[in-house]
Design a protein around this ligand. Structure first.
Ligand SMILES: C[S@@+](CC[C@H](N)C(=O)[O-])C[C@H]1O[C@@H](n2cnc3c(N)ncnc32)[C@H](O)[C@@H]1O
Length: 249
């Protein structure tokens, strides 16, 4: 299948179906990682920027219990609309309830309908703005401007929007400029992918591994890099997932 860089063809519903319809072992790995991060690192009251968040909210279910506010940024209007629909309880968007139930389980909270609603409302209330983001722009949130953030959440973004090293490095450098000194980066990446499937289309990926991403972050003055990986569960064109935290110095 040919690879397209035309993200206007990226369909949120197909993306959800492809990667998030079930909590398989890979998604469990992601939720477990995020649960551990936000329950061990003190993020109380901190300002979090979601970078290239797509049409997904799974990555914020643990975070929203501790951070003070979330700014959700994403490149595509269509994906930002999906997030608005989810916030407005529109039944015509993806349902993330099983993800909330799973995270509540990790937190040893009884996943009743009521506690699921409470967590949903908490996340909805913490998202204070939904804004455009282009990681190939030196000022990725232009035309909006914000103070630097305490926490950046970046999942499957810089390695999933290009197939070349130069663009990948530019994207990482550009998002890191949005983080405060001593701020926390929480990041997940596809390992050794060259493309990934969304419905009938393939989008580009730049192949990264643990050593390369750690070197890249060190070169941008990140430190305390803690990294873990998980092998791909299916034969989907990538070797696995990499999840990491790092601090900016
Ligand atoms: C593989 S998806 C990841 C979505 C979500 N973060 C997740 O965890 O599933 C890649 C995302 O990058 C966004 N994107 C495409 N071009 C971009 C750009 N130039 N800058 C920032 N994000 C971009 C896409 O719209 C898409 O939402």
């Amino acid at each position: 299948m040919a690879v397209t860089k035309d993200f206007k063809k990226f369909l949120p519903s197909e993306y959800f179906k492809e990667y998030y319809a079930n909590i398989d072992l890979e998604n469990h790995f992601l939720l477990q990682f995020l649960h551990e991060v936000y329950n061990t690192i003190d993020c109380r009251g901190k300002r979090l920027l979601e970078v290239g968040g797509g049409p997904t909210i799974y990555q914020l279910i643990s975070a929203c219990s501790s951070v003070g506010e979330i700014i959700f940024s994403e490149y595509l209007d269509t994906n930002r609309d999906e997030i608005r629909k989810w916030i407005n309880n529109d039944p015509l968007t993806s349902n993330w309830d099983i993800y909330i139930e799973h995270v509540l389980g990790l937190e040893k909270i009884d996943a009743s309908k009521e506690s699921i609603e409470i967590r949903k409302n908490l996340l909805r209330n913490k998202i204070n703005d939904i804004v455009p983001c282009d990681l190939f722009n030196e000022d990725p949130l232009f035309p909006k401007s914000f103070d630097e953030f305490d926490v950046l959440s970046v999942n499957f973004c810089p390695e999933s929007i290009t197939n070349n090293k130069e663009d990948f490095l530019k994207a990482v450098k550009n998002f890191s400029s949005l983080l405060k000194k001593s701020g926390l980066l929480v990041m997940c990446l596809l390992k050794n992918a060259t493309s990934y499937k969304v419905g009938e289309l393939n989008f580009p990926a730049y192949s990264v591994n643990e050593v390369f991403i750690a070197e890249t972050l060190k070169n941008l003055s990140f430190n305390d890099i803690t990294l873990r990986s998980f092998p791909a569960e299916f034969n989907s064109g990538y070797e696995g997932l990499i999840a990491l935290t790092a601090t900016k110095f």
